[in-house]
Design a protein around this ligand. Sequence first.
Ligand code: GLN
Length: 282
Amino acid sequence: MSTTYHDIEQDLIHAFRAGKLATPDIDARFLLEAITQYSRAQLLLARSMPCPPQMVDTLRAACERRLKGEPVARIIGKREFWGHSFSLSPETLEPRPDSESLIELALTHFADRAKPYKILDLGTGTGCLIAALLKEFRHALGWAVDRSFGAIQQAKKNFAALDLSERVICINGSWADALSGPFDCVISNPPYIPQHTHLSREVANHDPALALFAGCDGLDAYRTLFPSLARLLSPEGCAFFEFGIDQELALRKLAGEHSLNVIAVQKDLGGLPRVLAVNRGK
Ligand code: GLN
């Protein structure tokens, strides 16, 4: 008897529930949509039709990988961020919805969408942050830096797929060492997890350690980045940093030590402080 699209979806859901995954229905749906290349509506229309045997095999293999802790985005090789699709590589962090708070805050600060802002992204990974901003600011120019060669190669491909290659320069290097500025806007979602933190198997085994960990308190990247802002930011410029749980106070203090002015802190979807905005002060 042939397996219908509905059967295979139910199989995935049951397997994921039995495997105690956090979001079994959503995971099944995303895998099915990505592998069949059918939309939700098309899958409903096709629900009682037979799923080609080769596709069933592919879905079963994907199911096994998910049950072993591989995130859906790693299996399908891409992830949505700010309404755009970003391909992943082993060297790139998987974009997270919480990082969209950084985009929201930057948009409230830079109200004029037509200005030719210069934007610098330090530790670009997939390029999701700077690509989201370049899509909003149609005349802006971007500089995307990552110390991982594999990440910068992947970011380049993502910029090309989003038709942004003409407006972004990719640099394989350490933070802003090769740059002098001035930039209107500096953004970064640096590594900020304290070394030796216990992470879920999804994160620990599949996100690159280089993009996650930053010293014993997780603040090493900010210690390197904050002193360079006096050089990098234009007098009216503003920098936006994502940070982790319980790091707000330490970051405010660090900003003060480098004569930076904290102008805003933005919360994430879960209501936790997640993004710090600073300028050079007066
Ligand atoms: N800027 C990228 C992101 O937000 C990568 C961040 C990182 O590697 N720490 O996804």
